[in-house]
Design a protein around this ligand. Structure first.
Ligand SMILES: [Zn+2]
Length: 338
């Protein structure tokens, strides 16, 4: 089969490799129905996160189970499954507390931008749907695997409640689905920070009530203006830069909460500055596995349509164009069909 590898900055190759096999009794092999390019894949793609050897890419996936190891009990061949980008046993104390992304046996999924992939710890990682889903639901089911699960965690970590005022920093797929998540959790006012008309439109469709195009001091001033001078209860930080984190902290009211899910790159927090803001910070890699059953149900019920973040669909062998389109911000998120 052919699969996706990153060789260096902006060097994506779709090339021959052996088909993955069961290596451990807890593994499953799945045939991909759809996969995609993640915003976090762009960090190594742009050379900001260094790689030392050709690296198999892809950690968002859904598909049909082909084969399972002897110890796998909860999924079986022929089922449609969705998994998290975090591989977890779902039985250790951290998993039982709902933090599968802090699993004592944590691994990160790789190699999903391929027709077939190996998923370790299948029982703890994969969730099967009751029946094979119809084709039009695939984008939304794929979104659950990472971007929706991550946006949902950002909203949950930011303590979004019915009636909340929410600010979402970042208009990538995670930020947009953070808007959708806040809406589902009953937020009354959702302020999306975005400068791009197509992304603003999608944010509105997902439930944003206000759009702020300013950034930095002007952005903070605008948020204060919209919140009677105090800032928001709940702020979702969905970028990972120094600028976005400071934007989030300065947009939060004293006693308010920030859910931060943007993977930090070179960001630093000034403790003294943070001390006087009185904000709560909770974030990290999202424990998507905790939310999978509920989010899958919301998609199957057609209550939510997170798959709308995929504004580019390509055959898997054109994966390099998917990276280019996202890098150049011509696409929000590229879905790949094997
Ligand atoms: Zn665990």
């Amino acid at each position: 089969m052919k699969a996706t590898f990153l060789y260096g900055p902006r060097d994506i190759r779709f090339e021959e490799r052996d088909e993955p096999k069961i290596l451990k009794a807890t593994d499953a092999i799945i045939r991909m129905s759809a996969t995609c390019v993640c915003g976090s894949d762009l960090w190594p793609y742009r050379g900001i996160q260094k790689i030392t050897e050709p690296t198999p890419m892809g950690h968002e996936y859904c598909g049909i189970v082909e084969e399972v190891g002897n110890a796998v009990k909860t999924v079986k061949p022929g089922q449609f499954v969705i998994g998290s980008f975090c591989i977890s046993d779902n039985t250790c104390p951290n998993c039982r507390a709902g933090y599968q992304s802090g699993c004592q046996n944590l691994e990160f999924m790789t190699g999903a931008q391929a027709p077939i992939a190996r998923v370790p710890l299948a029982d703890g990682t994969l969730v099967a749907t009751p029946e094979l889903p119809s084709d039009d639901l695939l984008p939304s089911l794929l979104a659950v695997s990472d971007v929706l699960g991550t946006g949902w965690f950002a909203a949950d970590a930011a303590n979004v409640k019915p009636g909340s005022t929410v600010v979402v920093v970042g208009d990538g797929a995670v930020g947009l689905l953070g808007v959708l998540s806040a809406k589902q959790m009953g937020a009354e006012r959702i302020i999306a920070m975005s400068r791009h008309p197509t992304r603003q439109n999608l944010a509105r469709e997902f439930g944003a009530t206000d759009i702020v195009t300013e950034r930095g001091d002007d952005g903070v001033a605008r948020i204060k203006e919209l919140t009677k001078g105090i800032g928001a209860n709940s702020v979702l930080e969905c970028v990972g830069t120094q600028e976005s984190m400071m934007q989030a902290i300065r947009s939060t009211r004293p006693g308010g909460s920030i859910g931060y899910v943007g993977v930090p790159h070179g960001a630093q927090l000034d403790r003294e500055q943070l001390f006087f803001t009185l904000v709560r910070l909770h974030g990290g890699p999202a424990p998507v596995r905790r939310y999978l059953p509920d989010l899958i149900k919301l998609v199957l019920d057609r209550t939510i349509n997170p798959g709308k973040v995929f504004d580019l669909v390509l055959p898997l062998d054109q994966v390099a164009e998917g990276y280019r389109a996202m890098d150049e911000r011509r696409a929000i998120k590229a879905l790949l069909r094997p």
